[in-house]
Design a protein around this ligand. Structure first.
Ligand SMILES: [Zn+2]
Length: 229
C-alpha cells in the first residue's frame, strides 16, 4: 500500500473487523434457526453402524497393561465374548478401549457365517444386528460416551446428539434430569425425562403448530440459509 496513512489504514481495518464480528454473530444466529427448524420437523441424526477407521487402529498399536484377559483368549473364544455382549453399543464401547479391540471389532463386524434355517444353508452376520434400526440404537451408543467428549459437550436425549454448550444457539437452561437416566438408559422414556437442550424445548413448545404453513415457511427459510452460506 503506497502512501497509506497508517491511521486511515488502521481505521479501515477496525471497520472490517467489526463487520466480521457482526457477520459471525449473524451466522451463528442463522445456524441456530436452522437447527431449530430441524427439531420442529423432528429431524434427528440416525444410527449408523459405528466405523473405526483403519488408519486410526493400525497406527501405533501396542499392548495395554490393563488388558489381561480378552486379548489373551484364543480368537474363537474372544469372538464369542464379543458376540455375547448385549448390544452393539456395548461392542462399540469395548472397541474404543484399545486399538487391538478396535481392529477385532471391525473384523468381526463384517464377518459372515453359514447357518442352517429350515434345512437351507443361509449366510448371516456373525455379530447380531438389529433387524431395523430405531432412534434408540444411536442413543445406546451415545450414553456410553460422555467421558470421551470435551467438558463443554452435553448429551441431549431428545435430539440424540452431543451439544456444544459454548455455541450461542445452545446456551440456556436445559430441561430434564441426568439422575433419571442412570445405567445407560436409552429407551423412549429416557428421551422424555433425560436432559434436553434448549432448542429441543423450544421445538417441544411448538408441537401444536409444527404442521402449519407457517412452520413450513420457517423451515423453507432455514433451508435457504444453508444454501446461501
Ligand atoms: Zn436437543
Amino acid at each position: 500500500m503506497a502512501h497509506a496513512n497508517p491511521a486511515q489504514f488502521g481505521a479501515q481495518l477496525a471497520t472490517l473487523n467489526n463487520l466480521q464480528t457482526e457477520f459471525d454473530l449473524l451466522s451463528q444466529a442463522l445456524e441456530g434457526h436452522l437447527r431449530l427448524a430441524k427439531r420442529i420437523r423432528g429431524d434427528h441424526p440416525v444410527f449408523k453402524v459405528t466405523k473405526i477407521p483403519e488408519k486410526i487402529y493400525k497406527k501405533d498399536q501396542r499392548t495395554q497393561d490393563n488388558d489381561v484377559l480378552l486379548s489373551k483368549l484364543p480368537a474363537d473364544l474372544a469372538a464369542l465374548v464379543w458376540k455375547n455382549l448385549p448390544t452393539d453399543a456395548d461392542r462399540v464401547t469395548l472397541a474404543l478401549t484399545c486399538k487391538a479391540h478396535a481392529e477385532t471389532y471391525e473384523y468381526l463386524k463384517m464377518k459372515k457365517v453359514n447357518i442352517m434355517v429350515n434345512n437351507v444353508e443361509k449366510s448371516v452376520m456373525f455379530l447380531p444386528r438389529p433387524i431395523r434400526f430405531a432412534y434408540n440404537h444411536r442413543l445406546q451408543v451415545l450414553v456410553r460416551l460422555p467421558t470421551w467428549f470435551p467438558a463443554n459437550y452435553q448429551l441431549c436425549y431428545k435430539c440424540n446428539q452431543y451439544i456444544d454448550n459454548t455455541h450461542p444457539s445452545s446456551q440456556g437452561t436445559w430441561e430434564g434430569d441426568a439422575r433419571e437416566v442412570r445405567n445407560f438408559q436409552a429407551d423412549r422414556q429416557a428421551t422424555i425425562v433425560g436432559p434436553r437442550c434448549r432448542l429441543c424445548q423450544i421445538a417441544d413448545n411448538l408441537n401444536l403448530v409444527k404442521e402449519t404453513p407457517e412452520a413450513k415457511e420457517y423451515e423453507r427459510k432455514a433451508k435457504l440459509v444453508k444454501q446461501t452460506f
